[in-house]
Design a binder for this molecule. Sequence first.
Ligand code: ZN
Length: 368
Amino acid sequence: MELGNLIYSTMKNNPSYITKLLGLCILGSILITLSLAANYNDGPYVFSKGDNAEVWWLCNNQKQVDRVENYQGATVEKCGHKARLPKTEPVEVTQLNIEGDFKVLAASDIHGQFGLFLAMLQRHKIVDHNNRWQFGRNHFVITGDIFDRGPDVLPALWFLYELEQQAKERGGGVHLILGNHEVMVLNGDLRYLHDKYLKVSQVFGMNYADLFSKQSLLGQWLRSRPALIKINDAIFAHGGFHPQLAQQKLTLKDINRSFKSSLVKNELAYPRQGLAEYLHKTDGVVWYRGYFKDDGATEAEIEMLLKHFAVNKIIVGHTSQEQIETRYEGRVIAIDASLKKGKYGEMLLIEKNSYSRLTLDGKKIPLF
Ligand code: ZN
């Protein structure tokens, strides 16, 4: 039977079918119209020009531009969005090994869910109700993927950028490390942008990645962040460390340097190659999922990684779980607790040798 005849006979024998089909079409067009008609506010996207900055906003789907003289340390605000601009230019992170007697908090995969993320930080008194650092001389690691999926990426970026400065002034630290979604957006892979950011791109008449160019303050900051960090006896990365890295006796500095040297493809003199190419692919630090697969890393390979990097924990995001979980008898900790779904999230707290899950509703639950 031809397709046309098949459809005709289905409709004839089942009149409710056509009603349902029509209903779905109408619902579909309403949803499409609503998403196109949504009224968005966003920003700021800030581009430095000497001591001055050009500040771009999206206000009710219209582009607005402000010019700010002596922008460093200034606060800019418009149509419900606000940012404190950094007092100094970002410096490439080269200190990848931090040691000391302090607590370590770790969160991952915020994916535009800034409201939930902030609520979690406030409930656990990491920041106060004015979003200011309350975590003293302690350290906070965010293992990447601020970008994509959700609608509140810019507020999360500006908040963390400012928090980094506040923490430093109080003798603590905020360490944002790069995830695959930071690398994707910087490289113009925009498949997971929320509609709001498609609208920004359309109204500004430019590729969304160009809003994070080397001239953009957030672009400069992201380019200066590392792909991994070691704090006391734990190493952190977004995806993880493939056992091959230990087999090849690469140091954390080697891995980070090579990864960072080829971060943005269209800024390179020649294509990624060798180790740099490997590190940006599926087995590399921002994409690896081998701790969560039956044919992934073996117990012996995890031992080898821990020994090689002189740590006893590997802490990663990227592979989403319902809550913070452990693998390999607690030697690997998975901290992406699916904040991206916009409903729930957790953070990991390390106090000496004790590990706890900090829940969205303010509870502290031992991990082991
Ligand atoms: Zn990821």
